[in-house]
Each structure stands twice: as C-alpha cells, then as structure tokens.
Design a protein around this ligand. Structure first.
Ligand code: HPA
Length: 269
C-alpha cells in the first residue's frame, strides 16, 4: 500500500499538483461544488496510476486541482463506496494519496437520511461525530507505522476548530445548519423503518453509506477532518416514505448550491 500511494503521489506531482491547502471529497449530487473551483488540472480516475475507477451512475470520477480564492484545493468528484465492491483499502486509497500530496485538512460531504425529528428534507448537518457500523474496518490487518499508529485516537474525529469556523461562516451567510452524529452502514439498501429506528436509538442523527472509512484513515494519518451532510430523506418513525437514488440526487442537487457557498467561504476564511 505504501509504495502504491507514493507511486500515485509522484504521478500526480509530475502532473503539476503541489501541496493543496484542502482535500475535498464531493458526495452524491454534491459534485457541482467544483463550480466554485478555478480549475487548473482535472484528471479522470481511469487515467490516474493505481486509482480505482468508479462505476455507479451519478458518481463521475475525476480528481480536480485548482483554487478557491487564494487557497489550493484537491477535490474528488465522485468517491469509492464500499457497496460498489471495492475493498476498504481501495475505498480509502485517495485519502492516503491526498495526505502525501501535502493535504492536512480534509472536507467530506455526503447525502444522508435524517432520523432526528427536527430535521427536514434538504437541511444541512455539520457532522460532529460518527458511529462506525460498516462491516469491515479500513485499518484492519497489519499496521504500517509509516502511515500512523496501530491504535488511533478518535476523541476528536471531526475538528472542533473547523466546526467553529463553519459556525462563523453559516452565521455570516445567514444559513441554518444542524449539528449531529452520522452513522455509517454499508448499504446499498436504504434502511427499513425498523433500521432507521435502530439508528436513532443508537444515538445518531443521520445515516449514510460513506464518509466514515475516509475519516478513519485521515485520522490514522493525523489529518484534520470536517464533514457536511445533506439530509435527502427522512427515517422518522411514522414518516418513513419511499426513497430512491433519483430522489436523493434531486434533493442533493438543490442543497448543493448552499453547501457550495458554505464550503467556498469556509476555505477562503
Ligand atoms: N440511508 C442511507 N444512506 C443514505 C440515505 C438513507 O436514508 N439517504 C442518502 N444516503
């Protein structure tokens, strides 16, 4: 893994990518966040040495390097979901690469189902913590100390400083944001009403199928993480309705303008 990561890092450095200030993972339907980036380099995943290639409809795969204001950004347009059949190692590979390109701050976005009764479809939640209920752990197996320690501290998986900074940005832009806990399940099924109830009982506010593996690996390597989630559907008892990938994308597309504005101002600050 170490050698593969370094090979990809060298490959990308040779393409002109230099120490970005932020790494960004753009989730379902949030890909248009790239509109805020003054793009200098864009490379389809299939052209990147050692990169997995994304297949799911609506998840275009491209690594984008550019500027927002005076900050340099490397963004993944489309991510690797465990449910697509990638191993956990493949799922988190780009985060490892970002770290060795020089990224210290990671911003992750996703779509999720809300189980908190105060949430509405289209709302935005800043992730303050997570519950990992994925069936496999990205750090399972022999630990490579060059990446990080065997036992990783997770007491502040989501950076309090970055959350405070987003509070300032949201206030300035007069955008209402929730804060809460994201629980990760493997998918690809959405939850049954009983499962949504379980998610709530376990103490989470939203449920989704991504983000947690990437954040775990980022923490393994000592990165600071920030996560933001668009509530695309509700799993609230008595209110659980039919949900489809199309619906999730439609809602995410409407909210992405707001998330885009938040993240744009956030990185500039
Ligand atoms: N459950 C899991 N993943 C999701 C959901 C959901 O309700 N909505 C968007 N991604």
């Amino acid at each position: 893994m170490w050698n593969k990561v370094q090979e990809t890092v060298n490959f990308l450095k040779n393409k002109g990518i230099k120490a970005p200030d932020f790494g960004v993972i753009l989730g379902t339907g949030l890909g248009n966040l790239v509109d805020k980036i003054d793009i200098r380099i864009a490379i389809p995943y299939e052209e990147i040495l050692n990169f997995p290639v994304s297949t799911v409809e609506g998840h275009s795969g491209e690594l984008i390097y550019g500027k927002i204001g005076d900050k340099t950004i490397i963004a993944m347009r489309g991510r690797f979901h465990y449910y697509e059949g990638w191993t956990m190692q493949e799922t988190v590979f780009p985060v490892r690469v970002m770290k060795y390109l020089g990224v210290e701050k990671l911003i992750v976005s996703n779509a999720s189902g809300g189980v908190n009764p105060n949430f509405k479809v289209g709302d935005i939640m800043v992730i303050t913590d997570h519950i990992n209920m994925m069936p496999e752990h990205p750090l399972n197996g022999k630990n490579d100390e060059r990446f990080g320690p065997r036992f990783v501290d997770m007491h502040e998986a989501y950076s309090k400083a970055m959350i405070s900074k987003m509070d300032i940005v949201a206030k300035k832009l007069d955008i209402k944001i929730h804060k809460g806990i994201y629980l990760a399940l493997q998918g690809p099924t959405f939850e049954t009403p009983a499962e949504y109830k379980m998610v709530k009982i376990l103490g989470a506010d939203t449920v989704g199928m991504s983000t947690v593996p990437e954040v775990i690996v980022a923490k393994h390597m000592g990165m600071e993480c920030f996560g933001i989630s668009v509530i695309t559907d509700l799993g609230i008892e008595g209110l659980v309705e039919e949900v489809s990938h199309e619906e999730v994308q439609k809602v995410a597309k409407i909210s992405e303008k707001v998330v885009g504005k938040l993240v744009e101002e956030f990185v500039k600050l």
